[in-house]
Design a protein around this ligand. Structure first.
Ligand code: KG4
Ligand code: ZN
Length: 327
């Protein structure tokens, strides 16, 4: 089985070809960092236009890389949300057009499902159920992944996502965009205990996340401490919150096969290490997809397509693009 995956829900345009035995025959990606950098964040209208320009050549390049054509594909999986609606529409409409032209089924994929199932592409041994910490620029959730289409949300953020907090902290520290990797780099030169920062909701009975208060505390610390110390202390506070909340979720879920992390923030080495330790303490396997699969990409959308197609799940050509779409 061969699935074409398309992704365009935020600031990456991507196309990938993935087989049901987990071979990534092609994965192409065009970032838009330079276009958004002057604004310190993703500008939806700029993003949508950039997706329009990038999508078609990327699809052609992916086919060329894999040495296959549209006729060889079994189905087309496109992100149908959640995300910036103008961008989502570009990938979804492209997917619909290709599906219609080739007479192939369309699979409308939830971007979060792409992240949630991506660890099974990089680790073919990973079995359901597993506890997934999904941490990205738009999302911060703990999901019990019980099977395709069976996700139990154990926690979500009541304000900002963890990646958003990294991006805002980078902006406050004048580190630029994208913030996550720059804060992590600055933190390497700083003292994680130099700046007293809050750990919102730590110890709370409800399993939720909150990062808005942390961001405000960072804003108050700016100018009073070294930026490197603020970055390191901020990162440590995020680690503490993630570990506290994940520990609570582990106590609440039925037995799982593994603790899994996905989403762009999973690229953070300090966060990965802390989660690995937590998993070991609970006698659980720790699974983190390789970095390229953690940040937005189309291979994870194609793989979600594989998993859905195997279950016979396809979607009509009038499937809507959705800005909001809880898993
Ligand atoms: O999953 P992703 O590529 O896009 C979505 O939000 O769906 O995640 C991007 C987020 C950004 O907020 C970025 O700052 C964060 O992931 N990020 C990181 C690191 N690399 C990317 N956060 C912390 N440390 C990193 N090394
Ligand atoms: Zn994402």
């Amino acid at each position: 089985m061969l699935i074409l995956g398309l992704e365009s829900s935020c600031d990456e345009t991507a196309a990938a070809l993935v087989t049901d035995d987990g071979r990534v025959l092609a994965h192409r990606l065009a970032g838009q960092e330079a276009a958004h950098a002057p604004f310190g964040g993703v500008v939806p209208e700029i993003a949508a236009r950039a997706h329009v320009e990038a999508m078609e050549p990327l699809v052609a390049a992916a086919f060329a890389d894999a040495g296959v054509t549209l006729a060889d594909v079994d189905a087309i999986a496109a992100t149908a949300g959640p995300g910036l609606i103008g961008g989502v529409m570009v990938g979804l409409v492209t997917g619909k057009a290709l599906a219609h032209a080739a007479g192939k089924p369309l699979i409308a994929v939830n971007h979060l499902e792409g992240h949630a199932l991506s660890p099974r592409l990089s680790d073919r041994e990973l079995a359901y159920p597993y506890l997934l910490l999904l941490v990205s620029g738009g999302h911060c959730q703990l999901l019990l992944v019980e099977g395709v289409g069976h996700y139990r949300r154990m926690a979500t953020t009541i304000d900002d996502a963890a990646g958003e907090a990294f991006d805002k902290t980078a902006k406050l520290l004048g580190l630029g965009y994208p913030g996550g990797p720059r804060v992590e780099a600055a933190a390497r030169e700083g003292d994680p205990f130099a700046v007293p920062l809050p750990r919102p909701l730590k110890g709370a009975a409800e399993p939720h996340f909150s990062f808005a208060g942390l961001k405000s505390a960072v804003a108050r610390a700016v100018g009073h401490h070294r930026p490197e110390d603020i970055a390191a202390s901020f990162q440590q506070a995020v680690v503490d919150c993630l570990i506290d909340r994940t520990t609570r979720a582990l106590a609440a879920v039925p037995p799982v096969t593994a603790l899994v992390v996905a989403g762009g923030v999973a690229a953070n080495g300090v966060i990965r290490e802390a989660l690995e330790t937590l998993a070991a303490q609970h006698g659980l396997r720790f699974v983190a997809p390789p970095l390229w699969l953690c940040t937005d990409n189309a291979a994870m959308i194609a793989w979600a397509g594989v998993e859905r197609f195997r279950e016979g799940l396809t979607d009509p050509l009038d499937s809507p693009a959705r800005a909001r779409w809880p898993l």
